[in-house]
Design a binder for this molecule. Structure first.
Ligand SMILES: NC(=O)c1ccc[n+]([C@@H]2O[C@H](COP(=O)([O-])OP(=O)(O)OC[C@H]3O[C@@H](n4cnc5c(N)ncnc54)[C@H](OP(=O)(O)O)[C@@H]3O)[C@@H](O)[C@H]2O)c1
Length: 274
């Protein structure tokens, strides 16, 4: 059991959604937070909320574009200058652009998405890792998604990024263990946040995650704090998605058949006729 109280926790993508909710959950646990994202006003609002909690929590907002190495280096330097160490890194910043591959813009949708969702995670970890190695301890928690376990149509680039996060986390876990560094990946299902507003989803079918399988950002935030308390390599939430991942692994052909008939064909029938 690790107590997050007084731990120095860097949360990327802390200006909204899951990142903001996780920062508040760590704040309630009394952690020292470094909040990173591009929107300064939103980071400052989250920092004020944390400092008003009345716990021992502190919050340092740092403006950073996680697709830029110089910003990542400045973020880690700011964390070290203020708190002298980094105990937990939550690599959460990310976004999805969900559409048929040929309709995604090569630069704005594909390169920009992977620059944050994959390279942002790797480069931020690369900057924090030497500090954790010197400390002989730390915990890196990477935000994946159920899309990192099961590939679905219109999620090709997003899934590529989240599958990459899974591979990165698994390999690094085995690299960093001798230094007492833990690496976890978290795989949530659908969470109502600003994510959908950036994704550009245009659907004809009513295929969505049923309401009973949707999580709130607060539930994911508490699950991340729970991972620090009781570390695990992987956390798939809510649990029925573990079953989906298992079915996909055992019977991929069956999942192809169902997905194409239930989703791809109804969505693309008109285009196929042209
Ligand atoms: N919502 C879901 O259903 C769901 C499910 C599973 C996994 N996830 C993952 O959860 C993570 C958080 O998403 P969310 O749902 O909380 O969406 P969100 O509310 O849109 O939050 C995304 C966060 O990422 C930050 N971000 C995006 N691009 C950035 C960049 N270039 N540099 C720095 N920060 C950047 C945003 O901050 P700024 O815009 O201020 O920079 C924001 O704080 C993402 O990795 C997403 O893939 C989401």
């Amino acid at each position: 059991m690790t107590d997050p109280r007084n731990q120095v926790v860097v949360v990327t993508g802390a200006s909204s959604g899951i990142g903001a909710a996780t920062a508040l959950a760590f704040g309630r646990a009394g952690a020292k937070l470094v909040l990173a994202a591009r929107r300064r006003d939103r980071l400052e609002a989250v920092a004020r909320e944390i400092e008003a909690l009345g716990t021992s929590a502190e919050a340092l907002p740092v403006t950073a574009d996680l697709s830029k190495l110089a910003d990542i280096q400045a973020l880690v330097a700011a964390a070290q200058a203020r708190f002298g160490r980094v105990d937990v890194l939550f690599n959460n910043a990310g976004f999805g652009r969900l559409n048929w591959l040929e309709q995604l813009d090569p630069v704005q949708d594909i390169a920009a998405q992977l620059a944050v969702n994959v390279l942002g995670v790797i480069q931020t970890t690369r900057q924090v890792l030497p500090l954790m190695m010197a400390q002989r301890g730390g915990h890196i928690i990477n935000m994946a998604s159920v899309a990192g376990l099961v590939g679905t149509p219109t999620y090709s680039v997003y899934a590529a990024g989240k599958f990459a996060v899974r591979g990165f986390s698994e390999a690094l876990r085995r690299e960093a263990a001798p230094w007492g560094i833990r690496v976890s990946a978290i795989y949530p299902g659908g969470v109502p946040t600003e994510f959908a507003g950036h994704a550009g989803i245009k659907r004809k079918t009513r295929t969505t995650t049923p309401a009973w399988m949707r999580l709130t950002a607060e539930q994911v935030g508490e699950a991340v704090v729970g991972l620090v308390r009781r570390p695990r390599a992987e956390l798939v939430i809510p649990w029925p998605f573990r079953f989906s991942a298992w079915v996909n692994q055992l019977w991929p052909g069956l999942v192809d058949w169902v997905t194409v008939r239930r989703f791809t064909l109804p969505e693309r029938r008109e285009e196929l006729k042209q």
